[in-house]
Design a protein around this ligand. Sequence first.
Ligand code: SAM
Length: 234
Amino acid sequence: MSAASIRLYVPGPLAAGAELALSEAQSHYLANVMRAGPGDTLRVFDGASGEWRASVAKVSRKAVVLTLTAQTRPQAPEPDAWLCFALLKRAKTDLVVEKATELGAAVIQPVITARTNADHVNLDRLRAIAIEAAEQCERLAVPEIRPPVALPKLIAHWPARPLFVADERRTSALLGPAAEPSALLIGPEGGFTEAELEAIARTPQVSRVSLGARILRAETAAIAGLALLLAAQP
Ligand code: SAM
């Protein structure tokens, strides 16, 4: 892969002529894995200043230094949709974070429910997965990955935002493209308990939705549900 096809998420702000020293990991990737050298160009973004073309100015043992040359894409608004999902085993949680990033989620909120089979995550790992997915899918921002929260606390402090709860056991309207802002809540592999569904139903702004006639695995439901929710978004 030539350096020109590389996109890196870097700390901003980004401006023409600015110099940027990459992190140790990014410097290693660029210099030693991609064998980039002075004059090679790539693209960088910081989530606020749009995307910029950058050229490798210096490669040293300490760091690769870039010079920003020109903005290639202005910062553009991204969908304001949150994905709240009951924590899954590590590999499936990683998959959900990667796919939710590609699909455009703005916030990814792991939730601890009565039947979740995990109660903690490595947030640094999930954030690194989200960054890599945003770089690959050419997003201009990286979703916020929040620390896991228990379901009662999530709904007790739910903001003024429509919350679509995926409920596979009740006949509800099929989830469709939502206006902004919105949120989708997906249960664990064992499903929500009745008590949880009743508590959720008492939360303002909540509506139960179906994701179709089949019972989807939780990770499939998170990915398919987000795709339905964001189907009308650019
Ligand atoms: N209670 C399910 C069962 O009896 O097999 C297990 C839960 S399902 C594997 C995991 C989660 O995916 C559910 O809590 C729900 O949020 C979502 N889900 C799966 N299929 C769905 C569907 N057809 N409609 C709405 N939500 C669905």
